[in-house]
Design a protein. Structure first.
Length: 137
């Protein structure tokens, strides 16, 4: 290459200049980010554990409730109750009714409106007489 002159510079800092700009900050930031990642991962695992535990309690409660309904009512009435429960909308209202029923044994006033609108669970048999008898002591 004619007309070009190549130069090469090699610059070496002095030890005092190098010591002035050498720092552990990148290493410390890496450690802090890794620790933060670890804390967040542990928090998510703990949260997942508690959510799974709560969901298992709900599933167990639903299974027990279903078993109680299945043992108390005949199959036709049980199916009607479950179908009516599925047809209702508003999960908040259903869970509130269940909570109130379990807590007080009574339903609140706004739940009575739902109860008045619901279909009867027993069939009508006009020619039947029921006799309740008990043993006196």
């Amino acid at each position: 290459m004619e007309g070009h002159c190549f130069y090469s510079f090699h610059i070496y800092p002095t030890q005092s200049f190098e010591d002035e700009f050498t720092t552990n900050l990148p290493f410390l930031v890496t450690i802090a980010v890794a620790a933060l990642f670890g804390v967040v991962a542990i928090a998510f695992l703990v949260y997942d554990f508690f959510v799974s535990k709560r969901n298992q309690k709900i599933v167990d409660t639903a299974a027990r409730s279903n078993a109680i309904v299945a043992s108390v009512f005949p199959a036709t009435i049980r199916d009607r109750l479950l179908k009516e429960n599925e047809n209702r909308t508003g999960n908040v209202n259903k869970s509130r009714r269940l909570k109130n029923l379990m807590h007080d044994g009574l339903m609140l006033d706004d739940d009575e409106d739902d109860l008045a609108k619901s279909e009867p669970i027993a069939d009508l048999f006009p020619e039947v007489t029921l006799l309740f008898a008990g043993k006196s002591q």
